[in-house]
Design a protein around this ligand. Structure first.
Ligand code: NDP
Length: 448
C-alpha cells in the first residue's frame, strides 16, 4: 500500500493534469492537501476507499446560458453556473456570486471549501456554489431584476428546499435574492425554503445580513482570548466594504476595537480615529455609492487608490473581507512589518499559499476562512429551520445561536490541534477536523 504522502501526491498530480487551467481550484486543493497528511496516516481507510480522489471531484456542475434584455433593448448573454460539490452531509448549500471574474475554477474552489466549512457548523448541510459572470456594477435596478429572473429560469431546474438551497455572495444581496425568489415562485409556486438570505418580508431570517461579519468577530475573539488577547483597544484594518466587511467592522467596534481602514476594488479610506461606520453603511447600503464619497464627506479621512494591504502604518489585526487572493506574499510581509499579529478571514481564500506560509513562520494568529466566515452559512441554515417550522425567531435568538456555533467551531479546531499535536496551526486543525467529518459521512454511506 502507498504511504499517505505518496497517496496525497499522486491524487494531486492527477488533478493538476486534468484541471491544469483551474488555478484557484488547484490552490484550494493544495492548501488543503498540505495539512491533512496526519489525518490520513491515522485513518488508513481513506486510502483504501480512494477517498481523496472522490472528495476533490464535484458531484456535478451545471453551466448555462443567461440571456437578458438591457435598458436599450439589446440582448445580453452571460454564463451561469451551479456547482453541486458534495452532499454527504446534507443538501447542497452555498452562495451565488455575480461578478465578471466568475468562472468554473473559482466556483469549484468555493464549492470545495464550502463543503468543509459547512461540516464545521455541525448542521446538516452539504456544499455547493454558483453564480454568473454578470457585472452588477453600473446596471440599473430593472436590468438587475431581469438578469436575476433569467438566471433563475434555468437554475430552478436544479435546486429545491431538500436538495440545493442557494444564498448570496459577492454581488448578490437581499435585493437580488428577492428577485431570484420571485422568479422561482412564479415558476414553481411558493417555497420560501429554496433560498436563504431573503428579505424579512419574504420569510428571511433576522440577523442573516449581519451573520458572516458578526460570526467572523465571534470566532476571532475566541481565538484571541485563547491566546491572552482581545479586540479591546486594538487597531483593525478590514478589506472590502460589502456585506461581510460592514458587519465585521460594526461588531469589532462594539468589542472595543478601532477600525482604521476599509476598502473597495478601487482603493481604501483611512482614518486613525476610526471610520464612521454609520456613514459608511449609508453610502454603501442606501446610496450604493463608492468610498470616494466617504472621503469627500469626512475631512479627517484620506482616500488612496490601490490595495489596502499595501498600507504602511502600525496596526494590530487584519480582517480580509473582499475576495480571493487579495493578500500575496509581499503584502503579508508588509502586514508583519506593520506589527499585525492576527489575520482572520471573512472572505474565502483571501490569502495566497505563500502569504499563509509567512503568517505561520512569523507565528501570527491565523483564522482560516473555512472556519472564520462560517457564520453566514450557519445562519442560513437557521433560516431554513425557521422556514420549515413556519416560524420567525427574534434577532437575539438567532444571534445567540450564531455565537454558540462560532465558539463551538473554534473549540473543535483547538481540540483537533491538541489531538494531532499541531500547536497553534489552526489551519491544519480546521482542515483535519472538517476533512474527517466529511470523509466519515462519505464512507458510512458507501463510497461506490
Ligand atoms: P459584497 O459584494 O457585499 O462585497 C464585496 C466587497 O469586496 C466590495 O467592497 C467589493 O468592492 C470588494 N471586492 C470584490 N471583488 C474585489 C476584488 N477583486 N478586489 C478588491 N476588492 C474586491 O460581497 P460579500 O461581502 O458578501 O463577500 C465578500 C467575501 O466574503 C467573498 O469572498 C465571499 O465569498 C465571502 N463570504 C460571504 C458570505 C456572505 O454571507 N455574504 C459568507 C461567507 C463568505 P467593489 O464594490 O468595488 O466591487
Amino acid at each position: 500500500m502507498m504511504s499517505s504522502i505518496e497517496y496525497i501526491e499522486s491524487v494531486y498530480q492527477k488533478l493538476e493534469k486534468r484541471d491544469s487551467h483551474q488555478k484557484e481550484f488547484l490552490q484550494a486543493i493544495k492548501e488543503f492537501f498540505n495539512t491533512i497528511q496526519p489525518a490520513i496516516e491515522k485513518n488508513p481507510e481513506i486510502i483504501k476507499w480512494n477517498l481523496l480522489e472522490q472528495i476533490v471531484e464535484p458531484e456535478r456542475i451545471f453551466s448555462f446560458r443567461v440571456p437578458w434584455l438591457d435598458d436599450q433593448q439589446n440582448v445580453q448573454v452571460n454564463k451561469g453556473f451551479r456547482v453541486q460539490f458534495n452532499s454527504a452531509m446534507g443538501p447542497y448549500k452555498g452562495g451565488l456570486r455575480f461578478h465578471p471574474t466568475v468562472n468554473e475554477s473559482i466556483l469549484k474552489f468555493l464549492g470545495f471549501e464550502q463543503t468543509f466549512k459547512n461540516s464545521l457548523t455541525g448542521l446538516p448541510i452539504g456544499g455547493g456554489k454558483g453564480g454568473a459572470d454578470f457585472d452588477p456594477k453600473g446596471k440599473s435596478e430593472t436590468e438587475i431584476m431581469r438578469f436575476c429572473q433569467s438566471y433563475m429560469t434555468e437554475l430552478q431546474k436544479y435546486i429545491g428546499p431538500a436538495t440545493d438551497i442557494p444564498a448570496g455572495d459577492i454581488g448578490v444581496g437581499k435585493r437580488e435574492i428577492g428577485y431570484l425568489y420571485g422568479q422561482y415562485k412564479r415558476l414553481n409556486g411558493a417555497h420560501s425554503g429554496v433560498l436563504t438570505g431573503k428579505p424579512i418580508l419574504l420569510n428571511g431570517s433576522l440577523a442573516r445580513t449581519e451573520a458572516t461579519g458578526y460570526g467572523l468577530i465571534y470566532y476571532t475573539e475566541e481565538m484571541l482570548q485563547a491566546n491572552g488577547k482581545s479586540f479591546q483597544g486594538q487597531q483593525v484594518v478590514i478589506s472590502g466594504s460589502g456585506n461581510v466587511a460592514i458587519y465585521a467592522a460594526m461588531k469589532a467596534q462594539e468589542y472595543g476595537a478601532t477600525v482604521v481602514a476599509v476598502s473597495d476594488s478601487n482603493g481604501y479610506i483611512y482614518d486613525s480615529n476610526g471610520i464612521d461606520l454609520l456613514l459608511l453603511k449609508e453610502i454603501k447600503e442606501v446610496r450604493r455609492g463608492r468610498l470616494t464619497e466617504y472621503a469627500k464627506e469626512k475631512e479627517l479621512s484620506t482616500y488612496q487608490e490601490g490595495s489596502v494591504w499595501d498600507l504602511e502604518t502600525a496596526y494590530d489585526i487584519a480582517l480580509p473581507c473582499a475576495t480571493q487572493n487579495e493578500i500575496d506574499r509581499y503584502q503579508a510581509a508588509t502586514l508583519i512589518k506593520n506589527g499585525v499579529y492576527c489575520v482572520s478571514e471573512g472572505a474565502n481564500m483571501p490569502s495566497s499559499i505563500e502569504a499563509i506560509e509567512l503568517y505561520q513562520e512569523n507565528n501570527l494568529l491565523y483564522g482560516p476562512s473555512k472556519a472564520a466566515n462560517a457564520g453566514g452559512v450557519a445562519t442560513s441554515t437557521l433560516e431554513m429551520a425557521q422556514n420549515a417550522q413556519h416560524s420567525h425567531w427574534s434577532f437575539e435568538q438567532v444571534d445567540v445561536e450564531l455565537k454558540k456555533i462560532m465558539i463551538n467551531i473554534f473549540k473543535q479546531v483547538e481540540d483537533t490541534c491538541v489531538e494531532y499535536d499541531l500547536g497553534r496551526n489552526y489551519l491544519a486543525g480546521v482542515n483535519i477536523h472538517s476533512f474527517l467529518t466529511v470523509a466519515e459521512a462519505m464512507i458510512s454511506q458507501g463510497v461506490v
